[in-house]
Design a protein around this ligand. Structure first.
Ligand code: IVH
Length: 678
């Protein structure tokens, strides 16, 4: 290659690498597989070392990717956060050890081998044992202050356990991630909501940590593992080895990796790396490699760093396993809310320890974008190592008979023409009484996680829907014993048990009913928050949740973010859902929240309110809940002891009385202002 050709190639590769860095670090997205990105960076680095005159400190090979984004304060790390050199080859791993041996003039070297967790790096600062700040890596020198979001991580103590020495100031580095189970839960919810899916847990964790609404962050469960040391005062407080540092981190009660290996020499390193590869699919998080670190902190210092990465550590990355197999057919699944999800029916193939015969194709746009056709030879991978997905087609194997896939225009279950809702990628069957939607809705309602109706499992639900006895959830409360007895021989006992369980469900906890409604994004935890806040079903369904949307108002209900508030508004705006609530109340449901909502704020502690007139956007019940949640009391009549009268349109004698007694009168916007300033 001539220097001129090298110049052109290097410029192209730098542009391409910068584009992928921007996507990955700032937008939590990815267009290419990790392995292809690493290859691209490697090709660039090789060319830069072959043509040193073309090297540049600005090159993506010389800098760590920059994750800083709009909306966050930046904060400078006391000690810069570096990246890691990586390799996919055992020879290069051995070369790393040989290089260190030469540099440190030693033959024997001890290492720690750690899982390389696929998340995003953060630095936590603890001052005198208290968590004061959490900052992303940013450009390595300064990062985004994400303290409020990191504080939502339930497994992270905000105080270090004091049984061992605690330094004055310490920066502890770690990885924020999302468990594979949480990733699957959120994607399933998004599929039901017709929203685009997240490609993998890392992108979702990174997107979540960079959300500006803290309630939204808290509604998705993030986790963290700590593995590294930044600045420390006094420096001696952390001992002399990486393995000792891990022990200390554990003793402080901070979460550490599920398994760590302390080994001597490169052969033992390699054995540990292979062992990790064998067990990593059992971990709660995605592990994309092993990080090999020199154990002695003194030797780490001696080895030093390049501009971008330490010389004393190396990441060995595992290639994502990929299988190639025949796409035999595409079938369509209809979900609880009518979303049509295409599923690839595959010639069964072994992939990362299991046989894969089906894989999700997400939605119509994904099939078109990847031009996936029945009869193609397709590549399959596991997203976050669990969920099989079709990542593309081996075009070399395409036969002319394969034609582009035509997505059905009618629901495969009830033949209703499908619709695409504006701003959604998914297509839906709009028929509320589509048998498969009825089944799914009822299965969810009766499931253990919701109303827990014993005897109303999948088979029974199918039978009831097939017979035409149940078309809406409330129909189960109108079932006829005689009809049920025709479902089989000797079913008297089971029928009576089923009817008793159905009857008993009417007195279930309110949160179970709210969860059972199947409102998008509202899982069990959010249902509990809503139950606590609204205290009865009518108050929730009749509430103007719109009040909780926008600015900081969503935070007025603990645990409910803006996306969820919108979903709740959308849900009750649909007549069929409002009807469902009315029907449940009519058949005798009267679920109440068992715990009288404990106030979550103190703004109005000791204050008494009287409400009068019609408020512009909320019901008086809602205003009452808000006041009580802030520690206040609502009474019926105005006296000298009344702190405030909350007055709306057409306020009557109470307002006049307040004025004559000199009691403060406020309106709804004023109430909301006081509450959101709190
Ligand atoms: S040590 C100076 N240890 O991998 C050393 N990093 O590809 C810096 N990572 O930026 C990192 N697990 O976000 C280290 N056990 C581990 C890790 C780990 C995951 C991430 C980290 C780092 C990236 C480099």
């Amino acid at each position: 290659m001539t220097p001129a050709e090298a110049h052109t190639k290097i410029t192209d590769l730098r542009r391409e690498a910068a584009h992928h860095d921007e996507l990955y670090y700032r937008q939590a997205q990815q267009e290419i597989a990790d392995v292809d990105y690493d290859k691209l960076k490697r090709e660039l680095a090789d060319l830069e070392s072959a043509f040193p005159e073309l090297a540049s400190a600005e090159s993506p090979t010389q800098q760590v990717g920059d994750d800083r984004s709009e909306g966050f304060e930046t904060y400078q790390h006391r000690q810069p956060m570096q990246s890691l050199d990586n390799t996919y080859s055992v020879e290069e791993l051995r070369e790393f050890h040989a290089r260190l041996g030469r540099l440190l003039e030693r033959e024997e070297l001890s290492y720690v081998v750690e899982p390389k967790i696929d998340g995003l790096a953060v630095s936590l600062t603890y001052e005198r044992g208290e968590l004061v700040r959490a900052v992303t890596r940013g450009n390595g020198v300064e990062g985004d202050d994400v303290t409020v979001n990191v504080r939502t991580i339930k497994t992270l103590p905000t105080k270090l356990k004091t049984s061992v020495t605690i330094p004055n100031i310490i920066e502890i580095r770690g990885e924020v991630f999302m468990t594979l189970t949480e990733f699957a839960r959120i994607n399933q919810e998004r599929e039901e909501a017709g929203e685009p899916l997240y490609a993998n847990p890392r992108n979702l964790a990174s997107g979540t940590l960079k959300l500006l609404d803290q309630n939204e962050v808290a509604s998705r469960q993030l986790d963290i593992v700590l593995y590294g040391l930044g600045f420390c005062d006094p420096a001696e407080a952390v001992g002399e080895t990486q393995s000792g540092f891990h022990d200390l981190v554990k003793a402080w009660d901070l979460p550490t990796a599920e398994k760590l290996w302390s080994v001597e020499g490169i052969d033992a390193v390699w054995t540990a790396v292979q062992e990790l590869d064998q067990i990593r699919d059992k971990f709660a998080y995605a592990t994309d490699g092993a990080v090999v670190k020199l154990d002695s902190i003194k030797l780490q210092r001696e080895a030093g760093s390049t501009s971008k990465a330490p010389r004393w550590a190396m990441a060995y990355k595992f290639e994502t396993e990929r299988a190639e197999t025949l796409l035999k057919a595409i079938t369509i699944q209809v979900g609880r809310t009518g979303v049509l999800t295409p599923v690839a029916e595959l010639e069964p193939v072994q992939l990362a320890g299991t046989t894969v015969a089906r894989a999700t194709l997400h939605n119509r746009d994904e099939i078109a974008r990847k031009d996936i056709r029945v009869g193609d030879s397709v590549y399959v991978e596991k997203a976050g190592e669990i969920i099989p997905i079709v990542i593309g087609v081996n075009m070399a194997q395409r036969v002319p008979e394969c034609v582009a896939y035509a997505f059905p225009e009618n629901c495969p279950e009830c033949a209703t023409p499908v619709v695409q809702i504006q701003s959604e990628v998914a297509l839906r069957c709009p028929n509320y009484e589509c048998p498969v939607q009825v089944r799914r809705r009822l299965q969810h309602f009766a499931s253990k996680a919701c109303l827990d109706i014993d005897g109303l499992g999948i088979a029974m639900v199918d039978a009831l829907v097939d017979k035409g006895w149940v078309r809406r959830i409330a129909d189960i409360y109108r079932l006829n014993r005689e009809d049920l007895l025709t479902l089989g021989k000797n079913v008297d006992k089971s029928t009576d048990k089923l009817l008793a369980a159905i009857e008993a469900s009417k007195t279930a906890d309110l949160w179970r009913v709210i969860h059972g409604l199947g409102i998008t994004h509202v899982g069990a935890a959010a249902a509990k928050d809503l139950a606590k806040h609204f205290q009865d079903l009518k108050a929730l369904s009749g509430s103007h949740m719109g009040n909780f949307i926008g600015e900081k108002k969503a935070t007025l209900i603990n645990g409910i973010g803006e996306t969820m508030a919108r979903a709740i508004v959308g849900y009750f705006q649909k007549p069929e859902n409002a009807l469902l609530v009315d029907e449940l109340l009519a058949v005798g449901f009267d679920p109440v929240s068992p715990e009288k909502a404990a106030p979550v704020g103190t703004t109005f502690t000791g204050k008494t309110f009287v409400l009068t007139g019609t408020l512009p956007t909320m019901t008086r019940d809602e205003a009452k809940v808000l006041i009580e949640q802030a520690g206040g009391k609502v009474t019926g009549s105005v006296s000298k002891k009344t702190s405030y009268v909350l007055a709306g349109e057409e306020a009557g004698s109470k307002l006049a009385k307040a004025e004559s007694l000199g009691v403060a009168v406020i309106d709804e916007p004023e109430l909301l202002r006081i509450l959101s300033e709190d």
